[in-house]
Each structure stands twice: as structure tokens, then as C-alpha cells.
Write a protein that binds this ligand. Structure first.
Ligand SMILES: [Zn+2]
Ligand SMILES: [Zn+2]
Length: 347
């Protein structure tokens, strides 16, 4: 089968090669025939050598949907022929962390697919602990509908959940890329009265507005964000802030626009250390919650999609065949205006 691999010695660090089809190794494995596979910013991080734990020559990709073609003898809840979406995290379900829902820290898993073990930018992929890592799709949920459930939609939900949103809250989301847009939808679902989208890219803000995901959109290039948020909140500041942008300025903004006693949920992945100026924050009594997604709500998210409470289809702005995946990476890296997510199609 064809597969896209990370190869440190190769020009550009990615290469489309021939690989053997994966086989069942452990009794809880499933083999999935991939139908759609997305390219994630984390794949670019590996490509740029920012992920030291990534194995060389690994097949990339961890965001996908497909059909089960084989299962190990201890897979209980899935059958061959099931249409499924995948969790970006591999987790055993039995360790200290899994039992408490902190699956990102599973001692037998974590971010494995497309990093430590072969991922989904290939025709077939082996999924360990398949009962945990795969979620069955109802008939009226298409592959397109469910592509983002196990990674960016889970991340958006994680960000919104961290903010412990109450009815009537004004929630500000910094960064209107795919994860930010998902966070906005989830914050609304969890009861936020208004959503404020913040981004430096007007095209992204227009999408947030056009899709009716944000109630207010602000570009820091054109206005003072702290002032605008104060105007919307009787001077108190945002009741919850979800930081999805991931740079020094956006982090500084995240605590500045938060009201006293607010929660700042940090979903973003930073490429450098940041300063937490505690003297300046003293008395504001903020709570910061940070980290990589605990993607424990896949079933719930599929149900929300099934009941049409949420839709992420519009995030797929480009589609490519697997044979053109190198070109797809180039475009995703360049991020032309209006490019949100790229889906790789398989026949
Ligand atoms: Zn990802
Ligand atoms: Zn575990």
C-alpha cells in the first residue's frame, strides 16, 4: 500500500512510499481501511523536527475516519464493516490516568499514531486498544461529518470544558483557526451567551461570522482588544478565555482580557517558553488550565453531530488524493487565505 512517511534523511522530510499492509499484532487491535485522513499542524511539527519523540520512518497522521476490515480476538464492541472515527490518542483504559479520564497521560499510550507507531496517511492503519480508540458512526453521520471528532473537535471541547462555562458567560477565543472555531462552537454548546473571536487574519474572522459561530469578531490590528471586551462585559472582562493561538502576544492577551477570577484555558501548543508575570496579575485571582487534549468525549461529540447540534464540515477547505499528499502538505504549510483543513481522500 502507499503511505506517507517521516524521513529525516529525505529532502523535505516526507516521502510517499510503498509499505506492507498492517496486520493485527495485539488482541485488542483493529485494522481500519482509511476513507479520509486530515493533515494536522502536529504533522507539520514532526516534519520540522520539533517532536523529538517522533520515530523516524513512521507513517504520519492521526486524524481519520474509515471502515474496520479486521479485529483482534479481544475487541468487544466493534465488528468488521463498522464505519468509525478515530481518537488521536491511544489509551489503555485501565491505568491510573485512564481511569480518571486523563487519557493524554495514559502510561500505555498517549500520542502514538503517526508519531511512535504507524499512522493514518496510508491506505490501512492498525489501531491498538480499538474499543477505546475508535467510535462507531451512526448511519446519518458521514465520514466528512466525523473526520475531526478525535482531534481538533475534541481539543476545542477540551478548551471550552476547561473554562467551566456558565449560562450567560462571555467567552473569548484567541485564534480562529480550526481548533479555535471548534472551541467557539463547543463553548456555545456548553452555555456561553456570546462568543468573541479574536484573530489577526480577517478571512478567518469572516468565516467565524459567516458560519454564525462567533457573535463578535475582533482583529488586534484594528482595535484594542482589552477595551472591546470591556465594552461587551460592563467593564469586567471575559468570563472565560480559550487560548488557541500559541504565541507570546496571544498568551499575554489571554490573561489581560480575562475578568477577575476567570479561568484561562490554554489549548495552544507553544514553540518557546513564556512569562507568567505574577506581580501584574496579583489580585486578579486567575486560574490557568493547560495542556494536551484528553479526548474522552468522542461518543458525545458524534452524538452532537448526529443531532445536528454541531457541524465541522465547513473546516474541510481542500481535498487531495493520497498520490498528491506531498503537494497537500506544501499547501497546508503555506496556509493560503481561507485554508482551514485539508482532507486526503482514498478510493
Ligand atoms: Zn492533531
Ligand atoms: Zn491508560
Amino acid at each position: 500500500m502507499k503511505a506517507l512517511v517521516y524521513n529525516k534523511d529525505f529532502d523535505g522530510h516526507i516521502d510517499l512510499v510503498d509499505r506492507n499492509k498492517p496486520e493485527i499484532i495485539e488482541s485488542k487491535d483493529a485494522i481500519v481501511k482509511v476513507k479520509l485522513s486530515a493533515i494536522c499542524t502536529s504533522d507539520l511539527h514532526i516534519k520540522k523536527d520539533f517532536v523529538p519523540r517522533a520515530e523516524n520512518n513512521i507513517i504520519l497522521g492521526h486524524e481519520f475516519v474509515g471502515e474496520i476490515v479486521a479485529i483482534g480476538k479481544d475487541v468487544k464492541n466493534l465488528s468488521v464493516g463498522d464505519r468509525v472515527c478515530a481518537n488521536c490518542e491511544t489509551f489503555c483504559g485501565e491505568c491510573y490516568f485512564c481511569k480518571r479520564g486523563y487519557i493524554n497521560n495514559c502510561i500505555n499510550g498517549g500520542w502514538e499514531l503517526g508519531c511512535r507507531i504507524d499512522g493514518c496517511q496510508a491506505e490501512y492503519v492498525r489501531v491498538p486498544f480499538a474499543d477505546n480508540g475508535l467510535t462507531k458512526l451512526p448511519e446519518n453521520v458521514s465520514y466528512e461529518n466525523a473526520l475531526f471528532v478525535g482531534d481538533i473537535l475534541s481539543s476545542g471541547y477540551f478548551g471550552a470544558e476547561m473554562c467551566e462555562i456558565k449560562e450567560g458567560d462571555v467567552v473569548a477565543v484567541i485564534g480562529s483557526g480550526p481548533v479555535g472555531l471548534c472551541a467557539m462552537m463547543c463553548a456555545k454548546y456548553l452555555g456561553a451567551e456570546s462568543i468573541v473571536a479574536i484573530d489577526l487574519d480577517d478571512t478567518r474572522l469572516e468565516i467565524a461570522k459567516k458560519e454564525r459561530i462567533a457573535d463578535y469578531v475582533f482583529n488586534p490590528k484594528n482595535c484594542d482588544i482589552e477595551d472591546e471586551i470591556k465594552k461587551l462585559t460592563q467593564n469586567r472582562g471575559a468570563d472565560g478565555v480559550i487560548e488557541c493561538a500559541g504565541n507570546t502576544e496571544s498568551f499575554e492577551m489571554s490573561w489581560k482580557i480575562a475578568r477577575a477570577n476567570a479561568i484561562v484555558g490554554v489549548v495552544a501548543m507553544y514553540e518557546e517558553d513564556l512569562k507568567l508575570p505574577l506581580p501584574k496579575m496579583y489580585g486578579k485571582n486567575l486560574t490557568f488550565k493547560t495542556g494536551g487534549v484528553d479526548a474522552v468525549h468522542c461518543e458525545k461529540l458524534v452524538k452532537m453531530i448526529e443531532e445536528k447540534k454541531i457541524s465541522t464540515d465547513f473546516l474541510i477547505t481542500h481535498k487531495f488524493k493520497l498520490s498528491n499528499i506531498i503537494e497537500a502538505y506544501r499547501i497546508f504549510e503555506e496556509k493560503p487565505q481561507g485554508c482551514l483543513k485539508i482532507a486526503i481522500e482514498f478510493d
